[in-house]
Ligand binder design. Structure first.
Ligand code: BV8
Ligand code: ZN
Length: 253
């Protein structure tokens, strides 16, 4: 199916949709300048997953992990939502304005969907700006525009190490968040997977739930994923370009 036709069929699905669910990954933030995980120049190139994104890595070298995440928090002030984030916020506005339901589950921890105006965002893997103490649970929230130069390693209250509210490999996702996302994927009539390699579970399982629950499914991703051949419409391209084109094909609200 030619690209134009795919864009039109995705737009038609969304025009008649009552319930829409979306899964996003690092790819949707790539055009904002946030490196993805597995692509060329990806984030995992300068650090091994097991060293920085696992509890074992943290207990082995907490200060290195804290510094690695602190670097990412500091980078938040330089990144802005891109047209891909904004398009998803616009789709939510239109669906909700006509009495429909919309949920956006993201694997990203960069809060860019919120900055773009998305309301119902399910942060499956937590958030970079929110940290907590591993000892007393004391919480710290960084203001992305005003992050201290040096990392904060220890809790101001009890002195134990602090860590980001991020779900590492081998850690459970927040139960309420992943079940809300699974419900949305199960009950939606249109599901969009955007900017994710769809290899990390249980997040990637949301695509399986949507496909097996009979939703009409759209994938927008630069590279093929394990679901490219099972979705109804698979569009290979940049989310910052494709998602606005889909909206442009929807009738004016
Ligand atoms: C759990 C937070 C159980 C950290 C992340 C086998 C062996 C070992 C483990 C497992 C296994 N099978 C399953 C597991 C479990 C594991 C897992 O799935 N591993 C995978 C790798 C096999 N999952 C877990 O451990 C999860 N927890 O299962 O717990 C449990 C249960 C109960 C009690 C206790 C324990 C936890 C997973 C969460 C891990 N944390 N992030 C951080 O961010 O620093 S995951 C990390 O990968 C990010 O969140 C990232 O978002 C996510 C997925 O990657 P993507 O977002 O898809 O990014 P990626 O770079 O891969 O892809 C980008 C895509 O975008 C590419 O396809 C590219 O083509 C495309 N793209 C690029 N630019 C653009 C674009 N597309 C469009 N436009 C563009 N411009
Ligand atoms: Zn503490």
């Amino acid at each position: 199916m030619a690209l134009k036709k795919k864009i039109t069929s995705a737009a038609d699905m969304l025009t008649s949709a009552e319930k829409v669910a979306v899964l996003t990954g690092a790819g949707i933030s790539a055009e904002s300048g946030v490196p993805t995980f597995r692509g060329p120049g990806g984030m995992w190139e300068d650090a091994k997953i097991e060293d920085v994104a696992t509890p074992q890595g943290f207990s082995k070298n907490p200060r290195m992990v804290i510094a690695w995440y602190h670097k990412r928090v500091r980078r938040m002030k330089d990144v802005r939502p891109n047209p891909g984030h904004e398009a998803l916020a616009e789709i939510e506005r239109r669906i909700v304005a006509r009495g429909g339901e919309f949920a956006l589950a993201t694997q990203n921890i960069d809060a860019l969907h919120y900055s773009a105006g998305s309301k119902n965002v399910l942060e499956l893997h937590g958030s970079l700006a929110r940290w907590h103490c591993t000892g007393c649970g004391h919480r710290i929230e960084f203001d992305p525009d005003n992050v201290p130069e040096e990392p904060i390693y220890q809790c101001p209250r009890c002195g134990r190490y602090i860590r980001p509210d991020v779900v590492w490999f081998g850690e459970a996702l927040p139960q309420d968040v992943i079940s809300a996302a699974a419900d949305a994927a199960r009950n939606c009539d249109v599901f969009i997977s955007a900017g994710t390699s769809a290899v990390v579970y249980p997040a990637a399982g949301l695509v399986e739930i949507a496909v097996s629950s009979g939703a009409r499914t759209i994938e927008v991703n630069l590279d093929p994923t394990p679901f490219t051949n099972s979705v109804d419409v698979a569009i290979s391209g940049k989310t910052g370009e494709i998602l606005p084109q889909i909206i442009a094909q929807m009738p004016e609200e």
